[in-house]
Design a protein around this ligand. Structure first.
Ligand code: MSP
Length: 506
């Protein structure tokens, strides 16, 4: 049986249209999903939309729509963007779907029956944009400590989740599983937070209605984060013991942004503990993008829209830039200049030129028919070894979610290949028919290296890889075996590749 791999993105709020922050996590998830499929895993890749809560209700009122009308409209924009970005998700869950609502009611009832959810009264400060309650002492100058916006005092009857009860169990779990929360700096933040003490958590609201009703007490709707987090299991069919649930839960990795780590690394695991369900293997929090040095925000009118970027630069350039520019886990800055720089240097010059140069030579010297290599020289052996080492390095990097480092490892081989052309000087070999066998070997090494590079790059830049592999005469041959040296067969047809990436003015 194929090994299973389950990766998720957050489910996005529908009160906002998609921006590069959303695209970032989703592309990262896609690369992982594609890579694991390439490596022979059975992959479940989940994304979706978070449609309940006061924030969405308010946005709908402002827009003069019902919350569901708003959600139906905005969700299409997310779905269309994911399609354009080549996102290969297995499923798209909407929290307004019946399958989800059923699962949320079930897990809520289960914890309620167990006594870990109880009815009480709440009085505290609430930040609507963050959908989060804060105590007086957590506020910073009377404002939300996360987003610095004003908060309001809310007093209501509320159901509480006995989160305090799970404090030690959670700490023990974090200690026993060093990879559970990543990166390390974020793990330490969570440990300190939990050690300060977990309070019971309000998990219902009575001040608005747009949500899933509390089973048996319809005056209350279930807290939007309790509702949203549960998507990771309802998508698999929970509470039914479906094949998907059995195969894919617990999840291999929840990819999220650093702002929502506490929900994923504290709330969610304790909910699962209370429900008697296994915890996620890993929660990875990536950093935030600023734009040309500034915080991205509607009020600054500097929100970067992925569709605009795709129109301007192309899908694969955007995918590459997002994952190459900033190490996953750190904050980074988006700028058009940095993107154009990457496009011109890494993509057009290094990767694109290598392919057009070498396929042009294959056509010129051998009429586009791939020749069998003779014995490999030391130079060739070194190149082959570097390619093989790169495949192993990429695997290690992707298991650590070090996307940028993985791409760096690939580009080292691309540079080595460009250097190899200069060192082996095929144009000089071509002058003397006595060098035919040597020339054939050089061409083989060059093209075979690129076949492997594009095979692995198919996870990052699927459309580019397909074009490249097609000019190498092996389109569609993308699997784990394809990462081994020797896949190109003598006699196959090489066609001159068009420039993969047009250079752009900075
Ligand atoms: N609905 C919740 C998630 C529920 S998951 C069970 C939510 N949605 S969101 O639409 O507001 O944000 C989704 C993701 O976008 C978060 O992971 C957040 O970190 C990410 N980003 C929002 N702005 C971002 C940047 N400027 N840069 C990088 N990621 C950013 O939160």
């Amino acid at each position: 049986m194929k090994p299973a791999f389950y990766v998720t993105t957050p489910i996005y709020y529908v009160n906002d249209v998609p921006h590069i922050g959303h695209a970032y996590t989703t592309v990262a998830g896609d690369v992982l999903a594609r890579y694991k499929r390439l490596m022979g895993h059975e992959v479940y890749f989940l994304t979706g939309s978070d449609e309940h809560g006061q924030k969405v209700e308010k946005a709908a009122t402002t827009a003069g729509e019902t919350p569901l009308e708003l959600a139906d409209r905005v969700v299409k924009r997310f779905q269309a963007l994911w399609e354009r970005l080549g996102i290969s998700n297995t499923d798209f869950i909407r929290t307004t779907q019946e399958r989800h609502k059923k699962g949320v009611s079930h897990i809520f009832s289960k914890i309620l029956e167990k006594g870990d959810i109880y009815l009480g009264e709440y009085e505290d400060w609430y930040c609507t944009p963050c959908e989060t309650f804060w105590t007086e002492t957590q506020l910073i100058e009377g404002r939300c400590p996360d987003c610095n916006r004003p908060v309001e005092k809310l007093k209501e009857e509320s159901y509480f989740f006995r989160m305090s009860k799970y404090q030690q169990a959670l700490l023990d779990h974090i200690e026993a599983n060093p990879d559970f929360i990543q990166p390390k700096s974020k793990r330490n933040e969570i440990i300190s937070f939990v050690k300060e003490g977990l309070r019971d958590l309000s998990v219902s609201r009575t001040t608005f209605t747009w949500g899933i009703p509390v089973p048996g007490n319809e005056k209350h709707v279930i807290y939007v984060w309790f509702d949203a987090l549960t998507n990771y299991i309802t998508a698999l069919g929970y509470p039914e013991n479906t094949t998907e649930y059995q195969t894919f839960w617990p999840v291999d990795v929840h990819l999220i942004g650093k702002d929502i780590l506490r929900f994923h690394a504290v709330y969610w695991p304790t909910f699962l503990m209370a429900a008697g369900l296994p915890l996620p293997e890993k929660v990875f929090a990536h950093g935030w993008w600023t734009v040309e040095g500034q915080k991205m925000s509607k009020s600054l009118q500097n929100v970067v829209e992925p569709n605009m970027l795709i129109d301007k630069y192309g899908v694969d350039v955007v995918r590459y830039f997002l994952l190459r520019e900033v190490p996953f886990g750190l904050d980074g800055d988006f700028s058009h200049a940095a993107l154009v720089q990457r496009l011109n240097s890494d993509l057009a010059n290094d990767l694109g030129n290598l392919l057009s140069r070498s396929t042009a030579m294959a056509v010129k010297y051998f009429n586009g028919t791939l020749q069998a290599p003779a014995e490999l020289s030391e130079l060739d052996q070194t190149l082959k070894k570097r390619t093989e080492d790169m495949v192993a390095a990429v695997d290690a990097c992707l298991n650590d979610l070090a996307f940028s480092k993985a791409l760096q490892a690939i580009w080292e081989v691309v540079s080595a290949a460009n250097k190899y052309i200069d060192e082996s000087a095929p144009w000089a070999l071509a002058k003397d028919p006595a060098n035919q066998a040597r020339l054939a070997t050089v061409m083989y090494c060059l093209l075979e290296l690129q076949r492997i590079v594009h095979c692995i790059l198919s996870a990052f830049m699927p459309a580019t890889a397909e074009k490249a592999l097609s000019s190498l005469g092996c389109q569609g041959v993308v699997n784990q075996e394809g990462l081994n040296w020797g896949g190109l067969k003598a006699g196959s047809t090489i066609t001159k590749a068009e420039a993969l990436f047009p250079r752009m003015e900075g």
